[in-house]
Design a protein around this ligand. Sequence first.
Ligand SMILES: Cc1ncc(COP(=O)(O)O)c(C=O)c1O
Length: 390
Amino acid sequence: MNPINRRTWLKRTALAAGSLATGASFIQTLEAKPALGLTPWLGEYGLRETYHLQDPMSVKARLLANENPWGPSKKAVAAIAASASKGNRYVYNSSIAMVEILAKKEGVNTNQILIAAGSTDLLEKTAFALCGKGGNVVSADPSYMSLVKTSQAIGATWKNIPLKPDYSHDLEAMEKAIDSNTKVVYICNPNNPTGTLTSIDEIKSFCKRVSKRVPVFIDEAYLELLDNYQTQTAAGLIAEGYDVMICRTFSKIHGMAGLRIGYMVARPERVKMIQDLVRTEMGISVTSLEGAMASLNDTEFQNFTRTNNKINREFTFDALKKAGFNPIPSVTNFILFPVSLSTKEIVSRMADKGVGIRGFDIFGKPYGRVSIGTLDEMKMFAANLPVLLS
Ligand SMILES: Cc1ncc(COP(=O)(O)O)c(C=O)c1O
């Protein structure tokens, strides 16, 4: 870790030096609460806390899970309805068709695509495949924790590398952290929960060097929300033969979070490595597959989401500024902003107003994260911002 970067990051975000000195990560473990059907460690993100305080389905503005408020596309819904009657059969035909479509889209062979019930499934199964015998995972802090958490649960350790002051990945420090026990490097680009992008040129040159020693997993869950997403993906590295695994989801731009579908693009041996363990396609329903194929063709819906997400994000960013907060500029469908009250307090106060948001403790400092919803939802969030001030 570059000491200058760490100092600047501490200064910039006024972080608690104590938590760094003890090696503590950004995640604050919350008091145990009834499970409510959620994985126990999700509580550490404040998710269980959030759900504990509000009924997620009855909340007026549900801005807590980075969902797409406009989805699924009407064409996807029609395809889902039309395929429901195929539900008596296993999904072989639809899954083969889906893999062929995705291979064509990504410019790779069909043995380089792995479909699954959402990218969570791929993150977890990558952890199973690579970290079953321990070792360590190198990733940014704060970042998305699915792969790290599963790796830790099966015996690996986490080498957490603080983001740089501009909230991009500190690739130099990440490279230095790799040792003979490193099993995978995880990069989330754009990053959750900060909503920030790391330079694609830097990521590519990092991957070209590092992937000779260890596979690099790049989670591009939010990438397609960017106007220029085609220029920001690292997927081209796979066709060039590098040991890079790219993960995409239908949960964000396609608005299909509840339908559970995602895919990975990787070298054939990485796809095989997971297929030797599990059959990820067996977790996807025929309706989700048919809906996803219809959604891929519905570029009008994708453009609608991209445009409106941007408009509503700008509105929300301005509203946060006007209310006296200092939000982190985001390229995604969520915004992270430092707060002075505790995460529990901000989540609870917004919940009382019918607005669901998330709280994150990052190196001992509280932050709110608001997902971008419809304009009406964002107006409701904005109108209630004074309750977060004191
Ligand atoms: C960075 C990132 N990766 C993966 C996921 C999981 O997505 P999925 O719904 O495809 O499992 C999320 C969900 O919010 C995410 O933020």
